[in-house]
Design a protein around this ligand. Sequence first.
Ligand SMILES: [Mg+2]
Length: 165
Amino acid sequence: MLTKPHLQLNRATDITSELLQKMNITCLILDVDNTLCLKKGKIILDGVKAWIEKMQKAGIKLIILSNAKKNRMDGIAKGFGLPFVALGLKPLTLGYKRAAKRMGENIKNCAIVGDQLLTDILGGNLAGCKTILVCPVELETSFGFKIKRGIERKLLKKYNMKFDF
Ligand SMILES: [Mg+2]
């Protein structure tokens, strides 16, 4: 089940260093849109900055992986003070591997944190890292996204999981 996440949480900020320790995770590869922020990075979700600081203090490495272009990611990543890999082409595995290498980590000790089964989670499982699904904060309105979210709902049901809205 390549689209099944290892773990599902409501928000990225629900991730604790204790939980990561138990899962042998030392590095988080973070999706941005609907995971850390909204409106293409204009709105940062509550508590995200404090959570990033807490993770870093606990020795967890963090890097952003996005399919967005470098121009857009530059500003967003700077706002978080985090390194990033742009044009990640998720669900291809290249970006995940690049992110792990950049942080000097074995991919097995990394976890992707993202809101989409068909990109974030599928790619993470293919790349061989742990996968943590978070609930999208806001549902997209585009036709393409409606189809994607419909497929995700069916898959989640199969895994006895669901998005809470
Ligand atoms: Mg996303």
